[in-house]
Design a protein around this ligand. Structure first.
Ligand code: ATP
Ligand code: MG
Length: 463
């Protein structure tokens, strides 16, 4: 956490700096309003310690500007001028923390911690509110207002009260688990358990004894009776995360549970009943697996009584701004950071990207940008794969340059990069650049960069 000390008295700055650093904060100093505002606009600051008696501007004026430009920034007003009026005026300007001079060291640290804690709570609150505004409020964290998502919400609401099996289909990271949990939360079983089965990683025997349980002595190592997940989930929901990976033997046993509502623990003679709702997710095309004989057709039909298709993020890009807002707010609250603004250029790059990893990828990209970045999310903070759709503006050297030459060089560099990425396939390079293939070809000709003219291209690449 970085704290800016804005005070014209060097001795006070020194004292505050020492106290704060001892308490584990990083401290920056500014001696005038002008210097302070400049620092705030240049570097991420988590809290401002503001003296109201400044040489160049009235302190309340500075406070008003800070409030306006950095509404999230907690401000602690420090002043020897501890009249009630100043305090009230400062409160009115939105500084809720006040430190009268002379202060005791512990007091400084206490007030600073309090102000930071308050900001964290405010941020957290906003996340909750953003969740409510941005998506289906009662659906617990599902963000998105696109038609496709609205249809998903509607199906969830309609299906929640039933016991029918639900199959959730969607690419990795599209929110299948969130949907499964929403189905549970909105169901009459909400107070019952929600149990997730990760079938993919387990050998078949272990999977079955996990699912159905076993009786003591039924195999080596079965030293005690074990309750299966189907029994653990009694009265609630059991969620099969990646149903496509269930081995064939287990598939038939699963089918039986779905039909009979009872199952046989490994080594048991008496079947056990359990009242569970089954929700399954898959990112594989189960239909295709059925066609290939890798998934039982009867089980498939049993599972897909109700199917929820989660669209990939690239097919609902209109949800990206809402998701960015909600995910950044969440990451900021979780990491105790101030809410960083997202620049228009960064938003454009985020909108242009195709998100093969869907919402999870977006979430990771934003969290990384937040944690490693300077308090603002700009193109620079985005990974190469996301950023590449936005060309960097050419640098303007102090001595100036020839506009035409610079543009020519830039064009050539872009063309070379596109050809490089597509191994020289012009049609795909044209797509990458949003050009018609004929236009691309003309440009290549103009720049003497056609493949048969390999030497200049190689020279350019080598540069
Ligand atoms: N619509 C959404 N709104 C908000 N967050 C979302 C949304 N969809 C997904 N997420 C977030 O993205 C991450 C991935 O979601 P989830 O685990 O539900 O995806 P999944 O489809 O189960 O992925 P996988 O197939 O890889 O298991 C989670 O952190 C989740 O909170
Ligand atoms: Mg999942």
């Amino acid at each position: 956490m970085t704290i800016l000390i804005l005070d014209d008295e060097p001795v006070i700055r020194e004292v505050l700096k020492t106290v704060l650093e001892k308490a584990g904060f990083a401290a920056r100093e500014a001696a005038s309003a002008g210097e302070g505002i400049e620092r705030l606009s240049k570097e991420p600051i988590d809290l401002l310690l503001l003296d109201l008696m400044l040489p160049d501007r009235p302190g309340l004026d500075v406070l008003a500007e800070v409030r306006q430009r950095w509404p999230e920034l907690p401000v602690v007003v420090v002043t020897a001028y501890s009249s009630v009026e100043t305090a009230i005026a400062a409160m009115r300007e939105g500084a809720f923390h006040y430190l009268p001079k002379p202060f005791r060291n512990e007091e400084v640290v206490h007030v600073v911690r309090q102000a930071l804690e308050k900001r964290r709570l405010v941020a957290e609150n906003r996340v909750l509110r953003a969740r409510l505004d941005a998506g289906a409020g009662d659906l617990g964290g599902l963000v998105g207002r696109s038609q496709a998502m609205e249809r998903v919400y509607e199906t969830i609401r309609n299906a929640a009260s039933a016991r029918s099996t639900v199959l959730i289909v969607g690419e990795s990271g599209t929110g299948k688990e969130l949907v499964a949990k929403a189905l549970h939360r909105l169901s009459p079983r909400a107070s019952g358990p929600f149990v997730t089965v990760n079938s993919g990683s387990l050998p078949p025997d272990l999977l079955e004894s996990n699912l159905f349980g076993h009786v003591r002595g039924s195999f080596t190592g079965a030293v005690a009776d074990k309750k299966g997940l189907f029994k653990v989930a009694d009265g609630g929901t059991i969620f099969f995360d990646e149903i496509g990976t269930i081995p064939p033997d287990t598939q038939s046993k699963l089918l039986r549970v779905l039909q009979e509502r009872e199952f046989l623990p490994v080594g048991a003679v008496e079947p056990i009943r359990s009242d569970v709702r089954v929700v399954a997710a898959t990112n594989a095309d189960l239909n295709r697996l059925v066609g290939e004989g890798r998934f039982r057709e009867d089980l498939y039909y049993r599972l897909c009584v109700i199917t929820i298709n989660l669209p990939p993020l690239r097919d609902r890009k209109e949800d990206i701004p809402l998701l960015v807002e909600a995910l950044v707010a969440r990451a900021a609250a979780e990491n105790g950071r101030a809410l960083p603004p997202v620049t228009p250029a960064a938003m454009k790059a985020l909108l242009d990207h195709d998100w093969p990893g869907n919402v999870r990828e977006l979430e990771n990209v934003l969290e990384r940008a937040l944690v490693l970045g300077p308090g603002v999310i700009d193109v620079e903070q985005l990974p190469e794969a996301v950023r590449r759709s936005v060309p960097r503006p050419a640098a303007l050297p102090p001595e100036g340059l020839s506009f035409r030459d610079a543009v020519t060089a830039y064009e050539r560099a872009l063309l070379a990069a596109a050809l490089d990425r597509t191994s020289g396939v012009q049609k795909r390079a044209a797509e990458l650049l949003g050009l018609k293939p004929t236009t691309l070809n003309e440009m290549l000709k103009r720049h003497g960069m056609l493949a048969r003219d390999a030497a200049p291209l190689a020279a350019l690449r080598g540069r």
